[in-house]
Design a protein around this ligand. Structure first.
Ligand SMILES: Cc1cc2nc3c(=O)[nH]c(=O)nc-3n(C[C@H](O)[C@H](O)[C@H](O)COP(=O)(O)OP(=O)(O)OC[C@H]3O[C@@H](n4cnc5c(N)ncnc54)[C@H](O)[C@@H]3O)c2cc1C
Length: 390
């Protein structure tokens, strides 16, 4: 049992539930056949394997938090953390796409959609028939997203959107996107609105696909809006509340990016532990050198600390508590640990770690996204310090 430093201490249990164990086993069995054999090719070719996500949908992994009545698995955040981290252990790109689909697009509709909207979109998203995108970032407004330029103008019984979104996960392949656009004055946190836009809507155009350092099998692209007309029934929640909604969605989403970092770190650690016992130098396994065994100790300790922060945030979220600080702490710490652990993994593998013959170089490349996506580490520290000092 563990007591948090929060003003409202909660008592957490860290033993995994049967559901978490079941999810982990299911992903391991699925991954051996459907992910591990292909991950290097997907990464080399920067191929986004759309068909895989339909299969993950059949396993209930594309609607982990969505209630059964809308076709989802109806699980809580602990199960969700297990799902993302187990997938990320196998392939960070797939973990990132599953996280963005579940937390952002699907999560936004689940949290702020009316009953008709939920009935319309959630069953397709939760079963993986459709892939979801979520578009907040723009070329000139990333961290400063409240200053976005994309505008939605009132137009009869709907809205006309113009602008460009950048770095959008599934920006080209997504069947549906939640797009946040300005409906008020620049910088006014009550001046943005969330719209659901289906692929094929006139004026919604796919843009350039990014050529990335890591997470190469997760599609990242621009989304262009040119006189894109969206009816009133596609507005999520109240007009003007889109930015505040987005910040709440990111509170949950950051738990999934923390889980992504956890999985990458665990995968890199497990490979390192194994290799350190198999690689001989100076007549003994390199694990016998204190320089290597201390690295393993530090890696394992940081991974466990990440897990505790993530489970704390998951517990807060499950209990419906405000989770802004806890999810920012989990995301910040776990992301930095993913980078540190995967860097040390490459070091433990020596020259072989620098080649594509072993998976650690991929963990190293993939890990860096965790410190950037859904708010950089610097932005997490701003969020945490604001709450500490308020
Ligand atoms: C692979 C990938 C997938 C993504 N998926 C999505 C998606 O699906 N949907 C979406 O909307 N966005 C997505 N993003 C965008 C992502 O959220 C942004 O890249 C991120 O928020 C940072 O914005 P930026 O890239 O414009 O960097 P900038 O905001 O330009 O930041 C540049 C640097 O300045 C620092 N900085 C900025 N402001 C401050 C400050 N006030 N104090 C201190 N330092 C500061 C940052 O920490 C960073 O180090 C994705 C990005 C990537 C790379």
């Amino acid at each position: 049992m563990y007591t948090t430093i929060s003003e409202n201490p909660v008592t957490l249990s860290f033993s995994e539930t049967e559901n978490q164990q079941m999810i982990a086993e299911m992903i391991k069995a699925f991954g051996v056949k459907e992910i591990t054999p292909y991950r290097k090719k997907w990464d080399d070719d920067q191929h986004f394997p759309v068909e895989l996500f339909h299969k993950l949908g059949k396993l209930g992994l594309m609607g982990v938090l969505v209630p059964n009545e809308y076709g989802g698995s109806g699980f809580g955040y602990h199960e969700y953390v297990t799902a993302i981290s187990e997938i990320a252990k196998l392939d960070g790109s797939i973990g990132l796409s599953v996280a963005a689909h579940n937390s952002l697009c699907t999560g936004h509709i689940l949290e702020f959609g009316n009953e008709e909207q939920k009935q319309r979109w959630l069953p397709k998203l939760a079963t993986g028939e459709w892939i979801g995108a979520w578009a907040l970032t723009e070329p000139n407004t990333g961290s400063d997203s409240a200053n976005m330029k994309t505008v939605a103008k009132r137009d009869g019984n709907g809205w006309t959107l113009n602008g460009a979104k950048n770095f959008i996960t599934h920006g080209n392949s997504g069947n549906v996107a939640v797009v946040i656009a300005r409906t008020g004055e620049p910088g006014d946190s009550n001046g943005m609105t969330a719209f659901v836009i289906e692929r094929g809507t006139p004026g919604l155009k796919p843009g350039r696909k990014e050529d990335k350092l890591g997470m190469r099998a997760s599609e990242t692209s621009e989304v262009i809006l040119e006189d894109c007309r969206v009816p009133d029934e596609n507005v999520l929640g109240e007009v003007g509340q889109g930015f505040k909604q987005a910040m709440k969605i990111l509170d949950g989403g950051r738990i999934s990016i923390a889980a992504l970092g956890l999985g990458i770190a665990q995968g890199a650690f497990e490979e390192s532990l194994k290799y350190s016992k198999e690689r001989y130098q100076f007549g003994q396994p390199i694990s016998k050198f204190q320089g290597i065994s201390f690295k393993l100790s530090e890696m394992a300790t940081k991974i466990e600390a990440s897990k505790l922060l993530i489970y704390q945030a998951a517990d807060f979220k499950n209990k419906g508590k405000k989770v802004t600080k806890e999810s920012a702490m989990a995301k910040y710490y776990s992301s930095e640990v993913a980078v540190e652990v995967s860097t040390e993994a490459v070091q433990i593998f020596g020259g072989y770690g620098y080649t594509k013959d072993y998976p650690v170089e991929k963990y190293y490349r993939d890990s860096k996204l965790c410190t950037i996506g859904e708010g950089t580490s610097e932005i997490q520290k701003i969020v945490i310090s604001r709450l500490l000092l308020s």
